[in-house]
Structures are given as C-alpha cells and as structure tokens.
Ligand binder design. Structure first.
Ligand SMILES: Cc1ncc(COP(=O)(O)O)c(C=O)c1O
Length: 434
C-alpha cells in the first residue's frame, strides 16, 4: 500500500516561496539577506480600500457569500472590462477567486484531459507549467525570445499548435521578463490562433500586470481583437495593482456563462467563497476615483527604479539586461557570469542526477545567496522544460531604491568573487538546507 497517489509528485512549485528556508538559514548564519525574490509591491494597500474593508468588517459582512463572487464586485469588474477592453461583459461570465493564481490550475482541470497539449510562455509564471502533468496533459513551452523583447513570433506559435492543443497561456505584461506586446503583435498572434485552432481551444490571457506599464504605453488584451472574445479567458486581480497580495482576490471573465458556472462549482467544492469584506474592498478599488492616483504613483516609482537598476546591472561585466516595458521585474542574461565564474564548467561535470536538481543560473543564485546575502530567482524558477542552456536571473524591483542599489552591489561583488565561488563549489551549503 502506498501513501501517495502518483499525481502528487507531478506538480511543481513556485520557487519565490520555496527559497524561504534557504534565506532563513543564511540570515541565521550570516545576517540580513537583501530579498529581491518576491513579486509583491512594497507599497501599502491604498487607504480608501483599507477603510472600506474595515467598514465592511464593522457591518459584520463576514459570512458565506455567493461562490461566484459578490454581484456588486462582478458588476464593477464587467464595467471595468468594458471601459478598458471595449467588451460588453455580462456579470454572469465573471467569477471571483482567492487570488490570480487559482484559476490558472483550475483552467487545466476544466479544459484538459490526458494527452491534451498546453502551450505556455517560458520563462513564465511557474504555475502554468507546474499543473500540466498533474492533470495528465502535455507541456509545450513557448520559449520567449530575448531578442524579440521577450515576446515570440506568430510563426513560432504556429509551429507549436497541433490538433491536441487545448489551452494557450499568454501573459503580458509578463512575469518574469516584464515583456509587453503591441496591439499589432496581438493581432498577429490572434490570427494564428483563429487560423489554426478549433473554437474549443481556450486562450488564457493572464493580465494581472495590466496596470503596471511604463513609458506611457497602454495595455491591450487579445480578447479585444475581433473573433477572440469567444475563445479567451481574461484573468486579472488585485494583488499587484493595489499592492494587496494578502487580500487574495483575483477574477476571470469566461467566454460563456456556462463555463463561468463550471468554475463557480469548483469554487463551491474547493473553498465556498472569497471573503466578502475583501470583495467589497475590491469593488471600491475599481469604483473609486482615488485608485488612479495610487496606481500612477506606484507605477512611476517602479519606472524610476527600473531605469536606475537597469543601468547599474548593464554596467556589470557578464550581465546584459533588456529594458522591461511593464510589471516590476528585471530579467538579466547572466551567461557571461556563468562562464567567467566557471559555473558552466562545474555544472557540466556534475552527475546526471545532480544536474537534474539545478542549473548554472541556479548555482549562481545559491552562490549569491549563501556568499553575498542577496536573494534572486534563477531561470528554472520560471519553467524548467527546455531551459537548460538559458542563463538568467530575475530581480524584483519591488523594494526601495536604496535596498535595490545595495542588492546590485552585492551581485556585482559576487560576479568578481573567484575565491568565493571555489569555496562554494567545495562546500555547496545549499545542499545542506531544504
Ligand atoms: C503572471 C502572474 N499570474 C498570477 C499571479 C498570481 O497572483 P495572486 O497573488 O493574485 O494569486 C502572479 C503572481 O506573482 C503572476 O505573476
């Protein structure tokens, strides 16, 4: 008799959380770590939203509520989608979830069976890849191209689409690259999907960073391209735009009410409903004219940090970093560092089993953490399949500028620390902590 079902080990994880015990070990042994690993804005939830949550608590709005989401919030979401995407959305097509994350995996449970193929961006939010084998489907990474602003060409997408394709994830602005796309690029992508995919294939457009775009650009959604609304799930949420990761409110707009009701039933099965006092706070976030100012202040700060940190990173030998158009991450190419510090050679000499547990950028990540007290994430934290030869790290710029500058200084020290890296190879402190 076995304890676990086979599928238990088919699901992966999100390293931004998993690296926590390593950080704790380092902090215990050698002091503070500069944490550039987590994707959460370092701002407070805007006061007008907090006030509404408090008011709702005082009204005792603390009980079970509609598993699909409060109608008041779903109406506000429909209105916002109509204003920003030019689509008329019946609130019955909207479902509220505890965060932007749950509908990602639920979508695979709903639409994909064994053998169905799931196309997802790589590097991309790790949960897309994490779920695929768990539901018995086949992962098909869509490798983003640094030389194409971390987007992809329509020709490349067309080569990945087969009769087994069932679900295609898109994520612009993107985590971890900060890549954005123009309406023209979205039109070209949509054309490929319209030409090659039957109507039942769903596009999951993860637009959680929709409000965090730089250089006066505006966000556009593939759902707004003619012919795409009936194939696209628009997903977004309140974690990033309102610096409200702990509130756990996200939502998705489904092509049909019938599909929305399938997800509502999953909500009933998994968690019944999302905290109603938070949902009313989310409604105020969408309806209040005060939100615009808080969002634009936050985005201006992110843009300022992006500019300063991008320049400093690109001054480090062995690093080259593209300018992100949105979100709050920098995703530098560290191939030069991995070669210069001998990490690529060291990695090549590891046994197959040892190699399977890490990567050159993963080794640099651990070296930077254990020897230079700075936490970043490696390339494989954003999709493992087919990424063996890609050497990148992700830095979150959701920390104040002083801390970010310190973090880059630590990275710059790590890059030149030839004796330190030899010691790291000898001792591999990362293997002693879990
Ligand atoms: C692309 C993307 N989608 C979804 C999520 C999940 O957001 P939430 O914290 O609201 O679950 C994240 C969080 O980092 C993300 O980067």
């Amino acid at each position: 008799m076995r304890l676990y079902a086979d599928r238990t080990f088919c699901i992966d994880t999100e390293n931004a959380f998993k690296i926590g015990p390593h950080i704790e070990t380092v902090e215990h042994e050698s002091g503070t770590v500069i944490k550039l690993n987590l994707g959460e804005p370092d701002f407070s939830v805007p006061t007008h939203i907090k006030d509404e949550i408090k008011r709702q608590l005082d009204l005792d709005n603390t009980h079970y509520c509609d598993p699909k989401g409060l109608l008041t919030l779903r109406v506000a979401i429909s209105k916002q989608i109509s204003e920003t995407r030019g689509l008329e959305v019946d609130p019955e097509r909207v479902v509220v979830f505890p965060g932007g994350k749950p509908p990602i995996g639920l979508a695979q449970q709903v639409y994909c069976g064994p053998g169905d193929e799931v196309i997802y961006p790589s590097p991309g939010f790790p949960i897309y890849e994490s779920f695929v084998r768990y539901v018995g489907a086949v992962p098909v990474p869509l490798h983003l191209d640094e030389n194409y602003n971390f987007a992809f060409t329509p020709e490349y997408l067309s080569k990945l689409i087969t009769p087994q394709t069932k679900l295609i994830y898109l994520n612009f602005p993107s985590n971890p690259t900060g890549g954005v796309v123009s309406t023209k690029q979205l039109e070209d992508i949509a054309q490929v999907i319209l030409d090659l995919c039957p109507e039942e294939v769903r596009v999951y457009s993860d637009e959680i960073y929709e409000n965090i775009v730089f250089d006066d650009q505006t966000h556009s959604s593939i759902a707004s391209i003619p012919g795409m609304e009936s194939r696209t799930i628009i997903a977004s949420g309140f974690s990033k735009t309102y610096a409200w990761t702990g509130g756990r409110i996200g939502y998705a707009i489904f092509p049909t009410e019938e599909e929305a009701n399938v997800f509502k039933n999953l909500n009933i099965n998994y968690f019944s409903c999302v905290a109603p006092y938070n949902q009313e706070g989310a409604r105020v976030a969408l309806e209040s004219h005060l939100s615009e100012k808080s969002i634009s202040n936050m985005v201006a700060k992110f843009q300022e940090r992006r500019d300063v940190i991008l320049k400093k990173l690109n001054n480090i030998t062995g690093i080259s970093c593209e300018k992100p158009g949105g979100a709050f991450y920098l995703f530098p190419n560290i191939s030069g560092i991995c070669v210069n510090l001998g990490i690529v050679d060291y990695y090549a000499k590891l046994s197959t089993t040892e190699r399977a547990k890490t990567s050159p950028s993963g080794l640099f990540q651990m070296f930077a953490l254990y020897h230079h007290n700075v936490a970043v994430l490696d390339r494989q934290s954003f999709g493992k399949i087919g990424s063996e030869d890609q050497h990148y790290i992700r830095l979150s710029i959701a920390s104040d500028l002083q801390l970010l500058e310190d973090g880059v200084r630590h990275l710059s020290d790590a890059v030149q620390d030839y004796s330190g890296i030899d010691k790291f190879f000898e001792t591999r402190p990362d293997l002693n902590s879990s």
